[in-house]
Design a protein around this ligand. Structure first.
Ligand code: FE
Length: 195
């Protein structure tokens, strides 16, 4: 009988087992926590609209890609919708979802299209601390495309100024809403006409 040598560790076996189980439990727990944290940020920040960046790059012009997918900003007073006040709906240039109506567009004088509000649920907001500023970035909730920033110096009743790049938008005039599949917005403008 060689009883000695079977147990190499100074700790009794039951303690060793308890220690191993504890280590396994703790690593499972901490892994779970780090996973859920990562998921949280990824879901909000990396909405790619079910397309790869390579696909977006192929589909969009260089200027639009830089603004919409790489969070660029067009030069002030250079965008096609800055001084544009026709009645209609503004779509996301990336995915075609409806973001703003001309009912909320106003002349802010800031050099970019400004809206006092977005269409409910269509715009996501994120904290943006880039360039040494504290701003709130706005993106298309559907495809994650960068729109611009929202500020608290807008007109009543919202007090908001959605400062949006023209390059991120595509305008559909009232007359074309029906045929382009956005007919549900037509009554909004009919009502405005009667006022
Ligand atoms: Fe979009």
């Amino acid at each position: 009988f060689h009883v000695t040598g079977v147990q190499t560790c100074a700790l009794p076996i039951c303690f060793q087992r308890a220690g191993i189980i504890l280590i396994i439990l703790m690593s499972i727990l901490s892994f779970g926590i780090s996973q859920s944290k990562q998921e949280g940020t990824m879901m909000s920040k990396e909405n790619t609209g079910n397309k790869t960046e390579a696909e977006w790059q192929k589909e969009l012009s260089t200027e639009v890609y830089q603004i919409l997918r790489e969070k660029g900003t067009e030069r002030a007073f250079s965008g096609k919708y800055d001084e544009h006040f026709e009645a209609g709906v503004y779509l996301c240039v990336g995915c075609g979802d409806t973001l703003y109506t001309s009912e909320t567009k106003y002349n802010s004088g800031c050099g970019w299209p400004a809206f006092s509000d977005g269409i409910t649920g269509k715009i996501d907001e994120f904290e943006d601390n880039s360039f040494g500023m504290r701003r709130t970035e706005i993106t298309c909730a559907n495809c994650g495309g960068h729109l611009g920033h929202v500020f608290n110096d807008g007109p009543k009743p919202t007090g908001l100024r959605h400062c949006v790049n023209s390059a991120s938008l595509k305008f559909v005039p009232v007359a074309d809403l029906e045929k382009q599949g956005y007919g549900k917005f037509t009554p909004l403008f009919e009502k405005a006409d009667k006022k």
